[in-house]
Design a protein. Sequence first.
Length: 278
Amino acid sequence: MRHQRGALRAEVMRYIVLLAFLGGMFYPILFMLLTTGKTNAELSINFFGFPRDIQISNLTRAWDAVVPYILNSVLVSGVAVAGVLALAVLGAYAFARFSFPGKNMLFYGVVALMMIPGILTFVPQFLIARDLGLLNTRLALILPYIAGGQVGAIFMLRIFFAGLPQELLEAARVDGANEIVILFRLVVPLSIPMIMVIAVQNILGTWNDYIWPLVTIGMNESIRTVPIGLAFLPTEYAQIPYGAIMAGYTISAIPLAILFVFTMRYFVEGLSSGALKL
């Protein structure tokens, strides 16, 4: 009996600790949501509580200010992830299904690029973008994002493609299908979960990137992405309430929440299948 009580007490303490951590993780989000409905005056006297008179004007002001940045991020991330997938699928299929001189060494060279910290390539990338006249244009973001996303995407897709049943591909070849048909009619549909994993990872990385957009497009307000736009929001909109700033943060988080809801199943499938193949 004493042993059962001790086990029950330990189980209760475990749940209490987990609930405390869970509350600590989600309270900042709750605080952000509560602050969106407050004026500066109410925030000074009712910092942690629920708003007494919800300020809808905070949402409208934040919407007008943040939506252009969201559209810019959607454009940049969408084009970048499309470029990453288009090139990585072709490269990974070549590494997985074709034999050519130096294939293994070339693949090891691609993988070796994963060992180089991104900060070491920051200055060279900036100098290249400057010399090409790309600064303060969307191409200063899109082209480096496409190039930077190739290494991880090729590595993951090559492993996935190599694990597909060879019998399916041989059957398609017997039926007269060429490599392009096999790739886009057979291999790509079977690889949708892994492709979705790569797409989500790249979208999150490009959407949340701050330093590179800050130094390359920070001076051009019309093409700023969400992190840069939110950073400049309090300084460029005079007397904007803190509630409107928090509303801007809330609105800017909605696209990623929608992305998570609609891709979670594919993301989990991709991670599970990739883990099994590895």
